[in-house]
Design a binder for this molecule. Sequence first.
Ligand code: ATP
Length: 363
Amino acid sequence: MEVKMEKITKIFPSRDKKDKAEVVAVNDFSFEVPDGSLVCLLGPSGCGKSTLLYMICGLETPTSGRINFGEQDVTDLPAEKRGVGLVFQNYALYPHLTVRQNIKFPLENLKGEERPTKEEMDKRALEAAKLVQIDGLMDRKPGQMSGGQQQRVAIARALVKMPKVLLMDEPLSNLDARLRLQTREEIRRIQRETGITTIFVTHDQEEAMSISDMIVVMKDGVLHQTGKPQEVYDNPVNLFVAKFLGTPAINVFEGKVKNENLYIGEEAVLEVKGVEDKDVWVGIRPEGFDPDENGRFTCKMQGIDVMGRDISVVCRNMASKEVIRAIVSAENDVKASSMEVKFNIKPHKTFLFDKTTEERIRF
Ligand code: ATP
């Protein structure tokens, strides 16, 4: 089921009695989630991603704009009529019910013709439990399970009604690092197996990059960029997106373009054909530095971490005085004992941004 959002705006009245300013949580947002895909809404806290998710599921109503599921306009349809499954950060399981009863709960609530028989309910609960691999724990209560297992129960409960769309709001936030990794792989597997169109909200770029078919990067209620994770990483449209994606983060410098050469401080570090003379922001990905004793980007060594295949070099660029982090192959002869390290800059890992608008300048 494809989900289409057309010019969605959500304005909340102020929560603060003194300050009457309204909050524009989502601003003129248009995007189409392709059928059967897993899309992440990604952005910093307060960017409006949860509000958008709640509008898709029917818990909030847009101030303006329309939402379609396939051909059907669902904007004014109540949540229970939309056929969505919801998974939140806190699993919100009923503590006094067993896993089986928790999973069956949404089916027990169905009325009339929609309500399956008891046998059918048990069968569907078991199928959903098998999918998330907790079918061996059906008689346990939530208090007797780990956080990861409880979140699986919550996912099974969302799947048992066979939703057209699965919506997940920071579902991994309450899990420790190891379980987070494991559970996100599980979510990806379940999504692939069921083919349910899934919209996943997170502020964690690594999480989003690792599981999504597409990411939607948001800030202040506005959509900044969409695309396949790697495409967005390789081709950020502005400085915000470039800084938001990537671990370690992109290195950012003040620079100047003069006669189609990029200068950082007094050093001309790269040829940038077709760019007019101006001050710019320069973003260089950590993997964009190539150690070379004749390189034009000179740094004072601060330390290195060997990470097996790669080396992480921390050094201070002499021209800009900025500390940078470079990730280079361990085959390079970079030593922590050296005073100085020089690099060539890889053009395809270097981005220029307008100093005022912070939009990308292509070269
Ligand atoms: P987080 O990751 O912190 O949950 P988010 O990106 O999901 O953030 P939202 O919860 O959608 O952001 O909030 C977007 C903006 O709308 C914020 O400024 C928030 O304070 C505001 N907001 C959300 N709900 C309401 C409400 N019911 N009344 C007033 N303002 C609200």
